[in-house]
Design a protein around this ligand. Structure first.
Ligand code: MIC
Ligand code: SF4
Length: 648
């Protein structure tokens, strides 16, 4: 039996477990990345783990999310990260250097290597044949310290592309088509491999647009082969030595195969408020647009920006539309400027934003009330833009420009002939904004610089055999981490201050939750299907932990969030019988019985003291997860292991 690309990489990195699908596997991590919104916690956690230096081949700390700096908080976070990077042996990508995934793709990603990043869109680097996985900050901190990354060996899915993209149909439309077919939970438990003849026409940044949005499918990772296209991209980045060819075996086995005929694809659009709410752009042509945002880690490469510039050249947007353009990296911006394309963007009336996440995470540029915003981004969850009643649609850069110019949602095929974009043989390379860490000796005398906004990581409780708690919140299906722990310009500066952040927990669903949970003492949350989908932010676990949440009972969980709950020492439980969800009510007093036995045996009983009924809950954990829960979370577990190793 042959192997898929991901299986080949996993086999080459296997340090424990078995690569049999469904079993726990431990893989060596070659590279890590953090961004600032998750990075501050990750470095504080690394410090707590008591490990002196990172043990990876390469670790990079990016600052790209919290760059608005409305007060001292963001700047203090940047300084903390810079000091941690310098001390711990991590490269530091300065604010303004670009969005982590775009910069990592350009400057650091390598085919065949493993990358663990504290951001759910880390699989972007799968576009060049890397096994790149998003995780919570604690898992990334542990990987920086040399711990393997543990996952349940995913199932393998292949998406085969045939045919040829028609003019104005793009990589973004391929990603949206996959979402239309599979939905936001269709990738859960899978690594998606993209293949078929159709992939030859896709450049590495286009492939990266597709692997980026694999996160929206819920997939563990997404990956393309490393081929001649990859070699050319790496060579243009001055990194031809990083190239290794990589493809799946002809007899590799997949659990699911999907075919997409590119010749038949049309420009697509994801409607509010879910990335899988996809229809043809042509079906929506009467909707007036208030705002258009081009950029984010999904669509901010040089090729995207050159196309945008070519389509805007000589035209001007109407006064009713506000258009923002944020290039993905300083390299992209520099080259737009060098080629003169930037001038075409500016003359159109577009507003140039920093090379950062910006509007994607609600860091400024929120739409007007009830505004319609078209974005080339990857997520359109309710409220994420910073305007609760805004309607956010996800589109390709081509559709974004066509709509910005007409003031209505517009099929880009109405723009006439598609410009041909020729990428330079060589990108302009300047890594001055990536700061090298101090050497080992110097690092010994360095300390983390912590400003007044940098708080403590909440301590996880020791699990008890009987947990008596109140159900303080019951929510429905597809709750995202943006619901649990919203982001945006007002809240993001407090990512290192859990007590402050806690006031906003579940604010979108129920503004009274935080107070209620805090005064309830021990409490539990009840959720529906795919609870915790979306971002990797461990704050969606650390904040509930701070508010006394000891368990979350849901119909099913998103992978990263379930791992974050366990890392934080909160028990994720599922219903044996999904209908029991309907029988639990907010405010009920419950008891989780024989918790220790339950964790071992995979089942425990919930007694609802209010209704007097009993229900069976499942807790199907791997051996390691059981240990983590019993140890009181990953921090306590890793610190005790590190101590054990030091004492040997
Ligand atoms: C996102 O796109 O939601 C984020 C912001 O990049 C998050 C990380 C975070 O919350 O800091 C992600 O995708 O993991
Ligand atoms: Fe940044 Fe948006 Fe990408 Fe998240 S999805 S990393 S916020 S650009």
């Amino acid at each position: 039996m042959g192997y898929t690309i991901a299986e080949k990489i996993i086999k080459a990195h296997l340090v424990g477990g078995s690569s049999v699908r469904g079993e726990e596997v431990a893989i060596k991590i070659d590279q890590t990345l953090t961004q600032d919104a998750t990075g501050t916690m990750a470095y504080l956690e690394f410090e707590k783990m008591g490990i002196e230096r990172v043990k990876t081949e390469l670790s990079v700390a990016y600052v790209d999310h919290n760059t608005l700096q409305c007060g001292f908080e963001n700047a203090d976070d940047h300084r903390l990260i810079r000091s941690a990077a310098e001390k711990f042996g991590v490269y530091y990508s300065m604010p303004g250097n670009g969005i982590c995934h775009q910069v990592h793709l350009e400057r650091f990603g390598k085919p065949g290597k493993t990358l663990l990043g504290s951001d759910s869109h880390t699989p972007t680097c799968g576009g060049l044949g890397m096994l790149a996985i998003g995780a919570g900050g604690m898992d990334v901190a542990a990987a920086m310290g040399g711990s393997p990354y543990y996952i349940t060996m995913p199932k393998m899915m292949k998406i085969e592309l045939t045919g040829k993209l028609q003019p104005f149909v793009t990589a973004k439309d391929i990603a949206l088509e996959a979402l239309r077919i599979l939905t936001v939970k269709g990738g859960v438990g899978y690594i998606v491999e993209w293949g078929g003849d159709g992939i030859r026409q896709l450049s590495v940044p286009q492939r990266a647009t597709i692997t980026n949005m694999g996160a929206e499918l819920g997939a563990t990772s997404s990956i393309f082969p490393s081929d001649e296209v990859t070699r050319r991209f790496l060579s243009a980045q001055g990194r031809e030595d990083d190239f290794t060819p990589l493809e799946s075996d002809p007899d590799a086995v997949y659990d699911n195969v999907i075919k997409i005929n590119l010749s038949k694809l049309e420009p697509l659009i994801a409607c509010p408020h879910r990335p899988d709410n996809v229809v043809n752009v042509s079906s929506l042509s009467d909707i007036t647009v208030d705002q258009v945002c081009i950029g984010s880690c999904t669509n901010s490469s040089l090729a995207d920006m050159l196309m945008v510039a070519a389509l805007l050249k000589g035209k001007h947007i109407p006064p009713t539309v506000s258009l923002s353009v944020s290039p993905g990296s300083r390299q992209v911006l520099q080259m737009l400027s060098d080629t003169g394309a930037l001038s075409d963007i500016l003359s159109s009336g577009a507003r140039l934003l920093e090379c950062a996440c910006g509007p994607c995470i609600g860091m400024g540029f929120s739409p007007n009330s009830k505004g319609v915003s078209l974005r080339t981004f990857n997520r359109n969850f309710e409220g994420r833009s910073g305007t609760k009643d805004a309607n956010v649609y996800l589109v390709s850069p081509e559709t974004a420009v066509a709509s910005a110019l007409s003031g209505k949602i517009t099929d880009p095929r109405t723009l006439g002939e598609m410009p041909e974009i020729i990428l330079p043989e060589k990108f302009s390379i300047n890594d001055n904004s990536v700061i090298k860490p101090a050497d080992k000796e110097t690092a010994k005398s360095l300390w983390l610089v912590k400003g007044p906004n940098i708080g403590e990581i909440p301590a996880s409780p020791q699990v008890e055999n009987e947990i008596t708690a109140t159900i303080t919140l019951k929510v429905g299906d597809h709750i995202t981490t943006d619901h649990i722990m919203p982001a945006g310009a007002k809240i993001l500066p407090y990512r290192s201050n859990i007590p402050h952040l806690s006031q906003y927990c579940f604010e979108i669903c129920d503004p009274s939750f935080a107070e209620r949970a805090k005064s309830a003492g021990k409490n539990v949350i009840v959720g529906g299907v795919n609870y915790g989908q979306g971002s990797s932010r461990e704050h969606a676990a650390l904040v509930p932990l701070y508010l006394g949440v000891e368990a979350v009972i849901a119909k099913s969980f998103a992978r990263i969030h379930a791992a974050n709950l366990i890392n934080a020492g909160i028990i994720p439980l599922t219903f044996e019988n999904a209908d029991d969800y309907d029988k639990l009510t907010e405010g009920d007093e419950i008891v989780l019985e024989n918790v220790f036995d339950g964790i071992e045996n995979g089942k425990l009983t919930l007694t609802d003291k209010t209704s007097g009924k009993n229900y069976i809950l499942l807790c199907t954990f791997t051996e390691r997860q059981k240990e983590l829960i019993k140890a009181g979370g990953l921090l306590a577990y890793t610190a005790s292991k590190a101590k054990g190793a030091d004492n040997k």
